[in-house]
Design a protein around this ligand. Sequence first.
Ligand SMILES: NC(=O)C1=CN([C@@H]2O[C@H](COP(=O)(O)OP(=O)(O)OC[C@H]3O[C@@H](n4cnc5c(N)ncnc54)[C@H](OP(=O)(O)O)[C@@H]3O)[C@@H](O)[C@H]2O)[C@H](O)CC1
Ligand SMILES: [K+]
Length: 519
Amino acid sequence: MDFNFCLKVLDAEQIRQADQFTIKNEPIHSIDLMERASEEFARWFTALFDKNMPVVIFCGTGNNGGDGLVICRLLNDAGYTVSLFCVGDPDSGSRDFKINYDIIQNYDIPQTVIDKSNFPTLGKDTVIIDAIFGSGISRPITGLIADLINHLNAEPCEYRVAVDIASGLGCNHRFEGGAIMNASHTVSFQVPKLSLFLPQNENQSGELIIKSIGLVEEYIQSLSSNYYFSTPAFVRSFVKHRSKFSHKGRAGKNLLVAGSHGKLGAAILAGKACLRSGAGLLTIHTPGCGQNVLQNSVPEAMIVVDEHDKLISNMESISAFDVIGIGPGIGTDKLTASAVNQILDQFDKPMVIDADALNILSENNNWVEKIPQGSVLTPHPGEFKRLVGDWSDDYDRLNRQIEFCTKHKVVVLLKGANTSISNPEGIVVFNSTGNPGMATAGSGDVLTGIITALLGQGYSGFEAALLGAHLHGLAGDLFVRKNAEESLIASDLLEYLPRAMRKVVHQHKVIKPEKRRRH
Ligand SMILES: NC(=O)C1=CN([C@@H]2O[C@H](COP(=O)(O)OP(=O)(O)OC[C@H]3O[C@@H](n4cnc5c(N)ncnc54)[C@H](OP(=O)(O)O)[C@@H]3O)[C@@H](O)[C@H]2O)[C@H](O)CC1
Ligand SMILES: [K+]
């Protein structure tokens, strides 16, 4: 698996090193790198915001503030009405800040040096650009600057755009006890920062935009990190293609253990998703009450009917299957728990464990040892908390996710806005597809079906989780291109899954014209 196709998440010191390496080896003057970063920001900004919207720019006196000065100048040149607010003493600014501060004195732009008497009152349509602190933050923000940030957070402005990262939010941890700017958007330079992926920082990160500023890629690749941000190129780099002579037996014999009285929809959604994701053969083990429903709704699947009418109570022979997906809609009855235990005792190939199967594991913690290596667990935060106990914050949650994977040699896919997928080597990849509309009933059942099918087709647990999360999110993104995300239901994911699959698996198969001519 080639992680160089991902965006690597770096900490503040590594970013500074990449910055310095680029300055020395491209070579480029640091002032020009600042100009380049600011141009990227301004290009993005002008494409999104109307020129009638007043823009107020708050600049610290470090290099983040320097970026803010350049952005101020560029937006002024582009025809925006901009006002500049300096936070701190301009004379004690960084070298590149001071150079840009001198330049901007030649412009007819209203400028204010902030003190406690002149915090501005802003209108709803005013766009705040936050360039007070960036990756150089080293402690919580207190005093006058904290008062200013709290004041700006309370103003009615809809848009607060952070340059690189919201002021006060550290790259790899949150500075508690100080003020942090609430950002509606973060335009981050070249590398994503860990804090931007964590739900607890949602109000301080907003929408994440990453803009390359030409830092030397080879150098970034040489830096070590356990965190990555997935890209379409990354998932395409390990996607498998069906061979011409493939047959259904080769595409995996899948078993889904799903459904209980009143929750048969989960089995249907997981079953259809599994089939739409390339499963060769699918069997669904479900309670008696599910027989007709499933035969009618998923005619492509074979149905194994449990001896119990309302829930799953007993597993028949499962050794013939290549993969098992277990959990959607099964409930946590004692009988069902014993069926889960039977599976754990009998099956030694990687499986997918979701929903109530995870809750059953939480109630029987010593069964975790029996999970086959390379299996994929797909909890939402509530299920994960039941499994590993409470965490102090999302950074701690991430550590617990890594610990769980390394200890039990499994893959954990922790669902959320930036689903995090971790493997037994302690690598974490944040998924880059998906939207808030996907937080809807049955969405997880679809994901279980997809990952089960991928495991059955020979993907490793980590690959199946990465590709599955990508496809699942992409199906949701394709839906919202033409529809409101509020209207998204899990069945829509099934409808858009084939298009997502086509985009990932087939769209890049371009035969070059020269090649075509030669044959
Ligand atoms: N490689 C890139 O991505 C590029 C990034 N650029 C921009 O540069 C910033 C990072 O700039 P830097 O000067 O390192 O740091 P900041 O501007 O964020 O702030 C540093 C100053 O702030 C002081 N500081 C830190 N914490 C506090 C605080 N809580 N209260 C008050 N003052 C604070 C710090 O003082 P120290 O005492 O800690 O030294 C510094 O004086 C990056 O985010 C990008 O926006 C480049 O423009 C292009 C390349
Ligand atoms: K900032």
